[in-house]
Design a protein around this ligand. Sequence first.
Ligand code: 2AM
Length: 129
Amino acid sequence: MLSVKVLVLLATGLVVATENAARESCAYYCGNTCYWASDVSAAQAKGWSLLEEGKTVDDYPHVYRDDEGFDFPVAGTYYEYPILSDYKVFTSGSPGTDRVIFNDNDELAGLITHTGASSYDGFVQCDSA
Ligand code: 2AM
């Protein structure tokens, strides 16, 4: 009987390990919203393809001037595109509070958010996990 218990435990462990391996973890927190790396790349890819086509949807992507002076790991010119807390890729409508920032080489600079900023139009950087 012990061996059945051991087998069940081993099987359970295997299932949990497989689930953990498959599950992505938060790459950024904007406020309390967790974004996986795949959410970030999906938003960036959409913003970049629009930029390349010379198109915008509801005025995005547009240049982010970095008036806040954030220390990004890549050089500008910077562009911002919404990244949505419902994890759908932004195609029109309300842009929400969170933005992915990338440059004119399609390099990721990071995520910023209006959540927690001191003015309505202000931004703070999202925490990378
Ligand atoms: P943004 O595009 O840099 O976010 C009109 O849309 C103005 O409001 C723009 O300056 C825009 O800046 C800002 N904005 C858009 N959505 C916002 C939001 N959810 N919170 C605060 N500012 C926002």
